[in-house]
Design a protein around this ligand. Structure first.
Ligand SMILES: Cc1cc2nc3c(=O)[nH]c(=O)nc-3n(C[C@H](O)[C@H](O)[C@H](O)COP(=O)(O)OP(=O)(O)OC[C@H]3O[C@@H](n4cnc5c(N)ncnc54)[C@H](O)[C@@H]3O)c2cc1C
Length: 551
């Protein structure tokens, strides 16, 4: 061991903050996470209510290999140089993934020491406004059958979409996914390829080239909403999500995503990391243009060799760092960025009925009558429309332990404008929630729901603005758009302040659980480049990152 290890403070125990802290512990740093809340997880915290367990945020897990990588870490074994996508995780044949999914294999041996992860089929059931639905499960045959039933002419388009989306996935995710765009040159080098793949036009316009049917255009573009992206505005590089899901499936942590967070917290502590709860940071202490520590809301000051913020980008710069230290990220620039939409999420428990089989799946997307217009209301006009689309999650279809005997636990999530809308949720929230639950009941998704509900609560954009400390109550950080991509997305290594780093949804590469895990690896690499590995083996070539010497 080196005599004195460098110390790192991480603001926030979201999945990104935790992943980074685990990686820094493995790279030999002594880390402490300071978390404002009384539990870890951030967006992925858990609400326990009347015997029900509700995941408050992410429910769809993809790329189980990223999770396995974290659980495989050991103190002083950083594994930052290992291939990001080793050959064994790439399916060898078209059916290999499907077989793995059907056999119920998720994650890997190290994951299962901490949490059990299971694949989910179908990935999503997507309900259209006319009551018909599409079960998307990544199986090309069943996909073709369902496309044919909707619009036979689109079968040919699907084959072409498949080829082109695969090319985007291979270049954009497998080859470039971990590229840190810290300078414009790195971006310029890859830009021609992205133009060639047509990956810069909007995703919706991209899918519209292949599908005539409105329904199929929606099926192949809605997924970006789960990471805060407007399908009308996100670049088509996000078509890779379709392939990420197809390649590695969709998974669920038994006990809920909260069980994954608990497992990650335990692993982090096993690696020797420390975590302090109820420790909201008021200020990042900067001396001589370098981050030296943080001041908590109690006035207590903690010092470290480096500081990483897992908090919202706008909050980090505008609230936690004095203006005088910011030239690259002044208030005007931070305010000019566009922030993702927000959400209303309703958590509810309801009675099962004798002999009833719900005509629903674990993950249900219930699309409203309008698509493009509704998205424009939410993202651009910032209006709360009369109609809405929602994602209905019923985890007890997979894991009954999340509700008391004879009950289901569910949540439904509705994209709404962020608080730049001026809507007063304390006034309109209850009525909106009532409207959504009545719709689920009266349109027969959960017949008789109003009489069957035994527990209910909800969050609005105010939750994200207040409890999550997110600017304008955004739910997913900086909106993924072409102008906020790559070099133009907030940098994981602060340009203003030495020894300050960002990790998580607002930083590169973006929001969503796999992306914030990638963000953690990218930020860990930047930190190791700047500070060296804090382990004895620092001079062993295979442990060195690039040819940057340890300081
Ligand atoms: C309802 C919902 C559903 C979602 N569903 C999915 C899904 O199914 N699949 C998927 O991949 N993604 C999903 N996402 C997105 C995904 O959850 C997020 O992108 C990801 O969890 C963000 O992780 P993070 O580490 O960036 O930050 P966060 O989870 O935002 O964590 C940041 C942490 O920082 C703490 N913090 C903030 N300010 C301070 C401060 N001043 N002092 C101390 N601590 C502070 C916060 O308390 C929080 O714990 C969903 C998001 C939401 C909201």
């Amino acid at each position: 061991m080196t005599d004195e290890r460098k110390t790192a403070l991480i603001i926030g125990a979201g999945i990104g903050g935790l992943s980074l802290a685990m990686r820094l512990q493995a790279a030999g740093f002594d880390t402490t996470i300071v978390e404002a809340l009384d539990q870890a997880g951030g967006r992925a915290t858990v609400r326990r209510q009347d015997g029900f367990v509700f995941d408050m945020g992410p429910t769809v897990l993809t790329v189980p290999h990223f999770i396995e990588e974290l659980f495989a870490l050991e103190r002083d074994e950083p594994m930052l140089d290992a291939p990001d996508f080793p050959a064994e995780i790439l399916p060898k044949t078209a059916h290999a993934t499907e077989l793995r999914i059907r056999e119920g294999i998720s994650g890997g041996p190290r994951t299962s020491e901490y949490v059990t992860i299971r694949p989910i089929l179908p990935f999503y059931r997507i309900y259209f406004d006319d009551g018909t639905y599409f079960d998307y499960d990544g199986d090309p045959e069943s996909t073709r059958r369902q496309i044919e039933a909707i619009e036979p002419d689109d079968l040919d388009g699907y084959e072409r979409f498949h080829v082109d989306a695969r090319a985007i996935f291979e270049r954009g995710f497998l080859e470039l996914g971990y590229t840190y765009f810290g300078d414009a040159w790195t971006m310029l080098k890859v830009a021609p390829d992205l133009f060639k793949l047509d990956a810069v036009r909007s995703l919706f316009s991209f899918t519209s080239r292949y599908f005539k049917s409105d329904k199929l255009r929606q099926v192949f573009s809605f997924e970006t909403l789960l990471v805060g992206g407007n399908p009308l505005r996100v670049p088509a590089i996000y078509a890779m999500i379709h392939f990420v899901e197809k390649t590695w499936g969709i998974h669920f942590a038994m006990g809920g995503t909260g069980a994954l967070v608990q497992g990650m917290t335990r692993k982090y502590q096993d690696l020797g990391g420390r975590i302090r709860y109820d420790a909201s940071v008021d200020e990042i202490l900067v001396e001589g243009r370098a981050a030296r520590g943080v001041r908590l809301h109690t006035g207590e000051e903690l010092r470290a060799d480096l500081v990483v913020s897992n908090a919202d980008y706008a909050t980090t710069y505008m609230k936690l760092i004095d203006k005088k230290h910011r030239t690259w990220n002044p208030d005007w620039k931070v305010k000019m960025m566009r922030y993702s939409m927000s959400l209303v999420v309703i958590y509810f428990g309801f009675e099962k009925r004798e002999g009833e089989t719900l005509d629903l799946q674990h993950h249900n997307i219930i699309l409203g009558p309008r698509y493009e217009e509704l998205l424009t209301d939410i993202f651009d006009r910032k209006l709360l429309s009369d109609d809405f689309s929602q994602y209905l999650h019923i985890p007890t279809l997979t894991d009954p332990s999340l509700a008391p005997e004879g009950h289901h636990a569910a949540y439904t999530l509705i994209p709404v404008p962020h608080n730049g809308s001026g809507l007063d949720w304390s006034e309109i929230g209850e009525a909106f929630v009532d409207k959504v639950l009545t719709m689920l009941d009266e349109e027969g998704f959960i017949p008789g729901l109003r009489e069957r509900i035994v527990t209910q609560s909800h969050i609005t954009p105010d939750h994200f603005e207040g409890r999550m400390q997110s600017y304008l109550g955004n739910a997913f950080g900086v909106e993924p758009r072409l102008e906020h991509s790559a070099f133009f997305r907030p940098h994981n290594r602060s340009e203003d302040i030495t020894n300050l780093y960002l990790v998580g949804a607002s930083a590169q590469p973006g929001a969503g659980t796999p992306s914030v895990m990638m963000s953690a690896k990218m930020t860990a690499r930047a930190i190791v480049e700047d500070h060296g590995l804090q382990v004895d083996k620092v001079d062993t070539p295979e442990l060195r990152l690039g040819d940057v010497a340890a300081k």
